[in-house]
Design a protein around this ligand. Structure first.
Ligand code: ANZ
Ligand code: ZN
Length: 801
C-alpha cells in the first residue's frame, strides 16, 4: 500500500484544526513552555523556504514539550504595518488593509499546509486596531515618563522612499529597503529614549541564555566606551568640550576638530574670517550619510576655522581648530582633540593638511603610521605623565582634569535614541495632540485606539509630511487638556513598534482591558525559547528588550528580560550557493515542494539540510532521500510483529537513538537527530522485523519532525488515542552503551583480524583475545613480542621481531 501524503496530510491538518489540538490552555497550574518564532511580514511574495526553517525547528521543540507534559504556547501572527505593503498600495491603488488581508490569507494557508502546530486561536495582527490600541498605550506610557520626546534633528532622508530612516535602516550608505540615496535633513522627530537603558541592556545579558554571537553583536551595537570629557580653552573665550577615550594622549593633541553641525560655528560666525568656506563645507557634509562620513578608507576632508584657536588645558598651547565631517555631531560632544601620532583617522588628516605629529606613547614609528596599541606603550613627551604606562597615565590625567575643573571621566554609548516618527500612512497613528497653548498633549487612554482614517492617496505631501496631514477633518481636533482648537500629530510609528511587544499579546490576545492580564503575563513570560534571524539581533531584539524593561519598570510585566533563550538559524541558499532571490532566478517555492513531496518531507529536509546555525544550499537530491526515508518508515507496517518490549538485538540501538534525539533537539542538532533515526531504521530492517514497542517508540521520536505520517500510522495500527497525546519516550542511560563492539587486531601495524569484544573490555583481555585469532597467531608464532597496545574501542596492535 503506497503512502498518499497529500490525502493524509490534509486529513490530519483538518483534525488538528477542528479539535484545536495545539491550543494552549489557560490552566496556569500546569508547567508552561513558551516557544516563539519571529512573526513574518506578510509580503506579496508569500512564504519563503527560509521561514519554515525557523518555524519547523521550534515546532519540533513545541511538539516534544507537549509530549513531555507541558502546557505549550507556540503562537503565530502578522507584523503587517510597513513600507512594502504601502508601496504596493500606492502603485496599484488598493487599500493597504486589503493588500494585508490578502497576503495574510495566503501566508496562513501556506503555514497550515506545513502542519505547524501553531495555536491559531491566538493569532494576532499588528494592524488590527484592537492590537495597536495597546501599541499606542505603551507609547503614551513612554511619553508620560519622558521617554518619548520630540527633537529637531538631522535625520536620514531616503530621497526615493521620501521617508526618514533610522540609522539602522541605512545599510552601506543607502536605503535598506529600496537602495536609494540617503541624505541628511533636519526634521522634528518623535524619539524614544532607549539610550537611558543602554547599560542595563548590556548588563542583563548575563541573565539570559543567548547564543554567543547574538550577545556579542548586541554588546557591540550598544558600543559602551569609557574615556573622559576634556574642556579645551579657545581664543573666543568659550570652552570647547571634547570626548576622548585616550585622555592619556592629551600632550599629543596638535589640532582640534568640530563637526560641521557644531553650534559654535553659528556662535562664532562673526569671528570666523572664512565663514563662507565653512558654510560651503557644511552644505557638502549635509549631503553625505553618516556611513560615508566615517568610512575609514574615504579620503579625509575639512576646512580650518580661521579666527578662533583652541587652547590645550594641560600646557596652554594654542592649536588650530578644523571643521571636518569625520567627526559626527551625534557622538560624544561632537568635537575632538586630534592626536595624529596615535589615532589613524587623525594621522591621515594630519598628513593631508601638514599638521604636526607629536609622539606621546613610545613603541611605534609615528612618521610611518599611527601607533594605536595602548597595552604595552610607555608615555613620552608628556610632562608629568612621562614614564607612566598608558593605563596609569589615563588615571592620572583624569585626576588632574577633575582637580582643575577641566574634565572628568565619561562613559559613552554608540547606541542612539530611537527615531520613532515616520511620515507614512501605513503605521500606528501617534496618539498625541498638538495644542498651541498646552504643547504636546497625550490622547486620553479611553480614546484609544486612535484609528487610521481612510485616505484617498497614500503618498506623502510634497514637504515630506505624512498623508494623514492632508485630511483636515482628522487633523483638526480639540485639545484634551484645555478644550481649545488643536491638531493631531500626523506622524505614524515605525514598523518596529508592533513587534516590540507582540510576544506579550499572545499571552492574552483578546483582552480589551489591558495589553494582557497580569496573570497571563506572569504565567507565560519570559518566553522560554525564541528563535529568529541574525538580521534582527540589533534592531528588533534590542527594541523589544527595551520596551519589555520599560514595562517591567512600570509594573506591567514581572521579569526584567523578555526572552530566556535566543537562538538563530542560518540562511537557506539557492542550489548554486548564492542567496535566493528573484533576480538570480534561484528561488524555491515551498508550495511546490509540499505539493511534490509532502509537508513531512519538506520539514524533514529543512532540518536535515545542515547545521541549523549555518547557512546551507538547497539540494534537490537530498529531498528525495528524505522522502525515501519516510516511505521506508511507512513500509515498516509490513514487517510488524507482536511484542511489548524492545528485542535484545535492538535494545542498545533503541535506547541510544532515543537518547540522541532527545538531546539533539535541545541543542539544535536536528540534522544529527534525523541521521540517528535513519541509522536506527537500518538496524531495524537488518533484523527483518519490528515489534510494537519498537515501532511506537520510533513513531513518537519522529513525530515532532514528521507529524502527519506518524499520526496516521499510529491510527492505522490501532495503537490507541492520538499520537500527539502520548508521552515522550524515555531511555535508560545504562542501556545506551553497546554490549559488544568491533575492534581490529594488528600485527606490526597491519590489520590481521576483526574481533567482537565486550565494550568495556580491559586492555589485558583485549590483547589476549587478539592473540587467539588465527591470523594473529600465525604472525606471532616463534617471534619476540616487543610491544602490545590496546586503543580502547578501536584496535589492538602487537609489534613483533
Ligand atoms: C583623542 C584620541 C587619541 C582618540 C587617540 C583616540 C585615539 P570610541 O568611543 O571608541 O568609538 N571621537 C570622539 N567623538 C567623536 C565624534 N563625535 N566623531 C568622531 N570621532 C569621535 O572612540 C572615541 C574616540 O573617537 C575619541 O578618542 C575621539 O578620538 C574620537 F590616540 O580622542 B579620541
Ligand atoms: Zn490645550
Amino acid at each position: 500500500m503506497k503512502y498518499n501524503f497529500a490525502e493524509v496530510e490534509k486529513k490530519w491538518q483538518d483534525i488538528w484544526d477542528d479539535k484545536q489540538v495545539f491550543a494552549a490552555t489557560n490552566d496556569y497550574s500546569k508547567p508552561k513552555y513558551y516557544a516563539l518564532v519571529e512573526f513574518p511580514y506578510p509580503s506579496g511574495q508569500g512564504l519563503h523556504v527560509g521561514h519554515p526553517r525557523s518555524y519547523t525547528a521550534l515546532d519540533i521543540v513545541s511538539r516534544k514539550r507537549r509530549l513531555e507534559g507541558y502546557n505549550v504556547l507556540y503562537p503565530m501572527g502578522w507584523d503587517a504595518f510597513g513600507l512594502p505593503t504601502e508601496n504596493f498600495a500606492i502603485k496599484n491603488h488598493i487599500h493597504p488593509e486589503i493588500v494585508t488581508k490578502n497576503n495574510v490569507a495566503h501566508f496562513k494557508q501556506q503555514l497550515k499546509s506545513l502542519g505547524l502546530s501553531f495555536d491559531w486561536s491566538r493569532e494576532i495582527n499588528t494592524t488590527d486596531p484592537n492590537y495597536y490600541k495597546w501599541t499606542q498605550w505603551i507609547f503614551l506610557q513612554l511619553f508620560k515618563k519622558g521617554l518619548a520626546y520630540k527633537k529637531e534633528m538631522a535625520v536620514n532622508w531616503c530621497t526615493s522612499c521620501k521617508v526618514v530612516l533610522a540609522n539602522e535602516e541605512v545599510v552601506n550608505g543607502v536605503c535598506e529597503r529600496c537602495g536609494g540615496e540617503v541624505v541628511r535633513k533636519v526634521k522634528s522627530q518623535w524619539m524614544l529614549g532607549i539610550t537611558q537603558y543602554a547599560q542595563r541592556l548590556i548588563d542583563d545579558l548575563d541573565l539570559v541564555n543567548y547564543i554567543d554571537r547574538v550577545k556579542v553583536s548586541q554588546v557591540n551595537w550598544i558600543g559602551r566606551s569609557t574615556g573622559a570629557n576634556v574642556r579645551f580653552g579657545t581664543t573666543a573665550g568659550d570652552e570647547l568640550e571634547v570626548y576622548t577615550t585616550r585622555p592619556d594622549t592629551l600632550f599629543g593633541a596638535t589640532y582640534m576638530v568640530i563637526s560641521p553641525e557644531h553650534p559654535y560655528i553659528e556662535k562664532w560666525a562673526d569671528r570666523i574670517t572664512n565663514i563662507d568656506a565653512i558654510r560651503t563645507y557644511q552644505q557638502e557634509a549635509a549631503r553625505k550619510s553618516e556611513f560615508e562620513r566615517t568610512e575609514l578608507v574615504k579620503e579625509k576632508t575639512g576646512v580650518e576655522l580661521q579666527g578662533v584657536r583652541g587652547v590645550n588645558p594641560v600646557n596652554g598651547r594654542e592649536i588650530p581648530i578644523f571643521v571636518a565631517d569625520y567627526v559626527l555631531t551625534t557622538y560624544g560632544t561632537g568635537a575632538i582633540m586630534a592626536v595624529p601620532a596615535h589615532d589613524t583617522r587623525d594621522w591621515e588628516f594630519a598628513k593631508k593638511f601638514g599638521l604636526p605629529i607629536i609622539e606621546v606613547v613610545k613603541g611605534g614609528d609615528v612618521e610611518q603610521e599611527a601607533f594605536t596599541d595602548c597595552a604595552t606603550g610607555v608615555m613620552v613627551n608628556s610632562d608629568f605623565l612621562t614614564g607612566l604606562s598608558v593605563e596609569d597615565a589615563k588615571a592620572k590625567i583624569i585626576d588632574w582634569l577633575t582637580e582643575h575643573g577641566k574634565g572628568e571621566k565619561k562613559v559613552n554609548f554608540k547606541l542612539r535614541d530611537w527615531v520613532f516618527s515616520r511620515q507614512r500612512y501605513w503605521g500606528e497613528p501617534i496618539p498625541i495632540v498638538v495644542c498651541p497653548k498646552c504643547g504636546y498633549v497625550p490622547l486620553p487612554e479611553d480614546q484609544l485606539p486612535l484609528t487610521l482614517p481612510h485616505v484617498d492617496s497614500y503618498e506623502q505631501t510634497e514637504t515630506g509630511e505624512s498623508p494623514l496631514a492632508k485630511i483636515d477633518s482628522w487633523v483638526n481636533t480639540t485639545c484634551p487638556h484645555c478644550g481649545g482648537p488643536a491638531k493631531r500629530e500626523t506622524d505614524t510609528m515605525p514598523q518596529w513598534a508592533g513587534s516590540s511587544w507582540y510576544f506579550m499579546r499572545y499571552c492574552d490576545p483578546h483582552n480589551n482591558e489591558a495589553l494582557a492580564s497580569k496573570e497571563a503575563l506572569d504565567y507565560w513570560l519570559p518566553v522560554d525559547w525564541y528563535n529568529g534571524g541574525m538580521e534582527h539581533t540589533t534592531l528588533h531584539l534590542l527594541y523589544s528588550r527595551f520596551w519589555h524593561k520599560f514595562l517591567y519598570d512600570i509594573g506591567v510585566v514581572s521579569t526584567p528580560e523578555p526572552y530566556a533563550k535566543r537562538t538563530s538559524h542560518g540562511m537557506i541558499l539557492g542550489e548554486n550557493h548564492e542567496k535566493m532571490s528573484k533576480s538570480r532566478g534561484n528561488v524555491v517555492n515551498p508550495d511546490d515542494i509540499v505539493k511534490e513531496y509532502g509537508a513531512d518531507t519538506m520539514r524533514l529536509y529543512e532540518m536535515f539540510i545542515g547545521d541549523f546555525e549555518k547557512s546551507a544550499p538547497w539540494n534537490s537530491d537530498s529531498i528525495k532521500g528524505c522522502k525515501r526515508f519516510l516511505d521506508r518508515i511507512w513500509n515498516l507496517q509490513d514487517i510488524l510483529i507482536a511484542g511489548a518490549e524492545y528485542r535484545p538485538e535492538l535494545e542498545t540501538a533503541m535506547h541510544k537513538t532515543i537518547q540522541k534525539v532527545t538531546r539533539d533537539i535541545e541543542e539544535l542538532k536536528f540534522n544529527t537527530a534525523i541521521a540517528a533515526m535513519m541509522a536506527l531504521l537500518n538496524d531495524i530492517t537488518d533484523t527483518g522485523a519490528i515489534n510494537h514497542a519498537e515501532l511506537k517508540a520510533l513513531l513518537i521520536l519522529l513525530n515532532p519532525f514528521a507529524p502527519h505520517i506518524t499520526e496516521e500510522m499510529w491510527q492505522v495500527l490501532g495503537f490507541g488515542g492520538m499520537l500527539n497525546e502520548q508521552k515522550w519516550v524515555s531511555y535508560d542511560e545504562a542501556k545506551c552503551k553497546e554490549a559488544t563492539i568491533e575492534v581490529v587486531a594488528q600485527v606490526n601495524g597491519k590489520i590481521k583480524a576483526r574481533l567482537q569484544v565486550a565494550a568495556d573490555i580491559t586492555a589485558e583481555d583485549a590483547i589476549a583475545a587478539a592473540k587467539q585469532a588465527d591470523a594473529v597467531k600465525a604472525m606471532i608464532e616463534g617471534k619476540t613480542v616487543v610491544k602490545e597496545l590496546y586503543v580502547p574501542g578501536k584496535l589492538i596492535n602487537i609489534v613483533v621481531r
